[in-house]
Write a protein that binds this ligand. Structure first.
Ligand SMILES: Cc1ncc(COP(=O)(O)O)c(C=O)c1O
Length: 348
């Protein structure tokens, strides 16, 4: 598969910005090459210097956890940056198209619209799995990307693995699997399959299980050809020094993160049972993520009544296939209790 040929015409020939740090990489004592403040920074750290454009120390630590080599790893300002870069690097505006599978994460569509790229929507089936025939029909010679979110937001389910493999075996554009919620799932990640599929991109994030949504750090894992293209198109210093330092420190706390994952999954199952017992709840969808999709008798009314009590959930009532549904993030036991008693009070 000729991945390089999938690039946008102008990206194929792009000469990327060459940073001062790209041009000199050795050990030196006097750096007068980047117009930094040579005197220091008001902060105690060495923030007067530009950060490593390729975040190699952080990627090295990450590769030990993920088992994915550095050359197959891209880091972005949230996985949202990787999503946007995939459009910018691979989709010719006004000519190419991408396939998204609603109901799903909203940024794929927003990024497509920002980049003036046609969206072809193939709704999930009523069981929230892939409509393989519909997808096959929607693909044409200008289809560059397919976004598969698994576990899917907002439905919470994982996509059947063999269905994803069918797409990987038959589609010649890039298959983007968004695994933002993979840590909460029973299904295995696809990052081990990268060597088999040069057109596979796996997105993960520090915003969910890692508890670092405020840091803005996302990961894309793919063949080195794809990673090199993303690095060519990204802003030179896209991950700040503070983000690199803090993420490196956070990686030392993997034990705590694993404990939170176990607690969240246990609490999710407990919350699902409690929700199911409420008369206003009509359906609780099984979840492989850190949230639960719940169908209620009156989604708008329930949403408003929760807001009145200071409890904010996500109203998905207007979303295709999620009519009448609220999406509820799994909270702490105390938060979940507050939610359940508020919902009980609405029932009475
Ligand atoms: C499926 C999915 N992908 C990506 C993201 C965004 O992640 P990040 O915070 O890394 O930009 C979200 C956030 O809600 C999400 O639900």
């Amino acid at each position: 598969m000729d991945i390089k040929n999938l690039q946008r015409e102008n990206i194929k020939t792009l000469r990327p910005y060459s940073t001062a740090r790209d041009e000199y990489k050795g050990q030196a004592s006097v750096f007068l090459d980047a117009n930094e403040n040579s005197y220091g920074s008001p902060l105690p750290e060495n923030f007067n210097r530009y950060p490593d454009p390729l975040q190699l120390d952080l990627k090295d630590a990450l590769s030990k956890i993920k088992g994915v080599p550095i050359e197959n790893t891209f880091l972005g300002n949230g996985s949202d940056e990787a999503i946007d870069l995939l459009f910018r690097a691979f989709c010719n505006p006004g000519k190419d198209n991408v396939i998204i599978l609603p109901p799903t994460y909203g940024m794929y569509e927003v990024s497509a619209n920002i980049n003036d790229v046609e969206i072809r929507k193939v709704n999930l089936l009523p069981n929230f799995q892939l409509d393989l025939e519909g997808i096959a029909e929607a693909i044409d010679a200008n289809t560059k990307l397919i976004f598969i979110c698994s576990p899917n937001n907002p439905t919470g389910n994982s996509i059947v693995r063999t269905d994803i493999e069918t797409i990987l075996a038959n589609f010649n554009g890039l298959v983007v699997i968004d695994e933002a919620y993979i840590n909460f799932a029973k299904q295995r990640t696809f990052i081990q399959e990268l060597t088999e599929y040069p057109h596979l991109v796996v997105l993960q994030t520090f915003s969910k299980a890692w508890g670092l949504a405020g840091l803005r750090l996302g990961m894309a894992f793919a063949s080195s050809i794809i990673i090199d293209i993303l690095n060519k198109v990204k802003a030179p210093y896209n991950i700040s020094q503070s983000t690199q330092d803090l993420a490196l420190a956070a990686l030392q706390n993997i034990g705590q993160v694993n404990d939170w994952i176990k607690t969240t999954v246990a609490e999710r199952e407990h919350l699902a049972k409690l929700l199911l017992d409420l008369p206003l709840v009509q359906k609780v969808y099984p979840s492989d993520a850190n949230f639960i999709l719940v169908e209620v008798a009156d989604a708008n009314g329930t949403y408003d009544a929760l807001v009145d009590r200071g409890i904010i959930v996500r109203n998905r009532a207007k979303v295709t296939l999620c009519e009448g549904c609220l999406r509820i993030t799994v909270g702490t036991p105390a938060e979940n209790e507050i939610l359940i008693s508020a919902l009980k009070s609405l029932t009475n």
